[in-house]
Design a protein around this ligand. Structure first.
Ligand SMILES: [Cu+2]
Length: 168
């Protein structure tokens, strides 16, 4: 299956990263945040996007309701949907629920974080900080890694469609 293949590739990349990659853990909540990435934006772009995977290790459901970032005026949780054959997005007013034991992945074409009022262009290879807010768990600091403009998945998995892999 394509999805499981991508997830496996992402997991391998995470294992290969430095220990600091595992430090994006909420202090108070049971929500595990991994694979936080964003896409480079052209100069003057008013918005950017953030993607990540949320795994609920706790016993209670929680909801991602929004956040803030040093690079944007505000951060919203968006969903994509088809409306008469046209892809549209809108803010999830009630937030994005993650049930106990569940992993929800925010990715291009699906749920995503919208960086509204982008203060500057996001450049490939840089990192920026954001604070995510959960209904139960409160606020959590996360660092996003900026991928290229054409990136479609978390670091490492994006090279798969081009037939490139990192098996040596
Ligand atoms: Cu959006």
């Amino acid at each position: 299956m394509r999805l499981s293949h991508l997830l496996t590739a992402a997991a391998i990349v995470l294992l290969a990263q430095t220990p600091s990659a595992f430090s994006q853990q909420p202090a108070s909540a049971a929500m595990e945040i991994t694979q936080a990435w964003s896409r480079a934006t052209p100069g003057g772009a008013p918005v950017g996007a953030g993607y990540l995977a949320l795994t609920n290790r706790g016993a209670e459901a929680d909801r991602l309701i929004g956040g803030s970032s040093e690079v944007a005026a505000r951060v919203e949780v968006h969903e994509m949907s088809m409306d008469n054959g046209v892809m549209k997005m809108r803010e999830l007013a009630a937030g994005l629920e993650v049930k106990p034991g569940e992993t929800v992945t925010l990715k291009p074409g699906g749920h995503h974080l919208m960086l509204m009022g982008l203060k500057r262009a996001l450049k490939e290879g840089e990192r920026f900080k954001a604070q995510l807010e959960f209904a139960r768990g409160g606020k959590t600091e996360v660092e996003f890694t900026v991928q290229g403009m054409g990136a479609s998945s978390a670091p490492g998995a994006m090279t798969a469609p081009a037939g490139h892999n990192h098996n040596h």
